[in-house]
Design a protein. Structure first.
Length: 431
């Protein structure tokens, strides 16, 4: 008799009709993600319904829209009670958290603190000022995601570079920077076990502590982040030197006590990240303070945050029905295959979903777990949907791109080089 397959190979799921419909709608949502320019053109050629076409041209709307379609179809197929029971069983903690942390991290007092810290590093970096700023924003801010969470790091990096870099950059520099930013944030949150969503999903079950993350994954990610930032800084040195940048932080005038209060709000939301009732309460208190002191605030990015939350909520609803094909596909691979498989699958589905599905299987080897974790974060910059913070960055920066839209193909190409650097660091350095 032959040897029985390992535990992670013994999985076979039979899809229901509802699951097949969900997979089809998920595929349509992916196609829609790559077709937003088509709807933008319809808005100009069909002015009678321009509002609807503009709405469908928003990348952040895509998965939320198709999730609503799926829930209506599901209610028709199996009844309203069962459809609502499925919806109630979804965990919307991540969309809520990303919304809250994005708005708080984008407030003027937090940006003043972050910008001041970046300017302090820039002043001691032996490069021309704009090059030093670029390297710091692209190389150091993403690593802060390991401590203040990836969505907060993405928000800070995007807002800091929006006017200084993206608004002045050539198309080539824009997409190279966006791709590297997405990759660096995705891998930059791996120094701790709580900041990167795909790590967080399995940290408790797999016993991943700070020591493991730093010694096995985090230091390799940091090397990749610095390589990506350094390569682009010197590759685009001529253009970066021509950018206009102030010697002082663009954010100033906020008293230290107000900055401290906002930093406490940010810290509290991070600490209570797994307790939505708690961090939503902190967020509402933040909104009260922001309203009471309007002189210390710019416009809060509530619209952008809500759109990103809607996007991620739709991904939660549709993604919850993809286990029947995704988990067997993932678990049929060996350690090397699962790394590259996870990297590729991350581009078409949220990377936290991949590691969560892996956590459902018992008896995985340490090598398999390492491959799944590192593969999931490696591919996190290839598309907007690959990593939860990406829609936040895209929402903030898209107005600086041609016609206010980010090309999925150009983003993929811009992220390809930094992704290959991450692959080299995770696969060539010893585990």
């Amino acid at each position: 008799m032959g040897r029985p397959p390992p535990p992670h190979r013994r999985l076979a799921l039979s899809p229901t009709t509802v699951q097949i419909v969900a997979a089809a709608l998920f595929a349509l949502a992916l196609v829609h993600t790559f077709s937003t320019k088509f709807f933008e053109r319809l808005a100009h050629t069909r002015p009678a319904h321009a509002g609807v076409w503009h709405l469908l041209a928003e990348v952040e709307i895509v998965f939320g829209f198709w999730a609503i379609v799926f829930m209506l179809v599901m209610a028709f197929m199996v009844g309203q009670t069962e459809a609502l029971a499925y919806l109630d069983a979804r965990n919307f903690n991540e969309p809520l958290f990303v919304f809250a942390i994005m708005v708080v991290a984008g407030s003027r007092p937090i940006l003043q603190a972050a910008s001041g810290a970046v300017q302090a590093v820039v002043r001691v970096t032996p490069m021309p000022r704009t090059m030093a700023f670029y390297f710091t924003a692209l190389g150091i801010v993403p690593l802060l995601g390991s401590f203040i969470t990836e969505p907060a790091a993405m928000t800070l990096a995007a807002l800091l570079m929006k006017d200084t870099v993206f608004a002045q950059a050539s198309r080539r520099l824009q997409y190279a920077t966006l791709g590297a930013l997405f990759v660096n944030v995705s891998i930059g949150g791996t120094l701790t076990p709580y900041a990167a969503p795909p790590i967080l999903m399995v940290a408790s079950k797999w016993g991943l502590d700070m020591n493991y993350m730093i010694t096995h994954i985090g230091w390799k990610a940091a090397v990749a982040v610095f390589i990506n930032a350094a390569v682009l800084t010197f590759m685009f040195a001529r253009e970066l030197r021509q950018l206009k940048a102030s010697n002082q932080s663009p954010y100033s005038g906020i008293p230290a006590w107000m900055v401290a209060v906002h930093l406490l709000f940010l810290l509290a939301i991070v600490v209570f990240a797994h307790h939505p009732a708690a961090f939503v309460a902190v967020f509402l208190l933040f909104m009260g303070v922001a309203t009471a002191y309007p002189a210390y605030q710019d416009r809060l990015i509530l619209r952008e945050g809500l759109l990103v939350g809607f996007f991620l909520g739709g991904l939660v609803v549709l993604g919850g029905m993809q286990q029947w094909w995704l988990q067997p596909l993932l678990m049929a691979m060996n350690e090397s295959q699962v790394y590259f498989g996870a990297t590729a699958l991350t581009a078409i589905t949220d990377n936290a979903a991949l590691t969560y599905l892996g956590s459902l299987v018992e008896g995985l080897t340490p090598e398999f777990k390492y491959a799944l974790l590192t593969g999931a974060v490696t591919g996190g910059g290839l598309t907007i949907i690959a990593n939860a913070p990406n829609p936040a960055g895209a929402s903030i920066l898209k107005s600086t791109f041609h016609q206010g839209a980010i090309s999925p193909l150009s983003l993929f190409l811009g992220a390809l080089g930094p992704t290959l650097v991450a692959i080299a660091c995770f696969r060539l350095f010893p585990m």
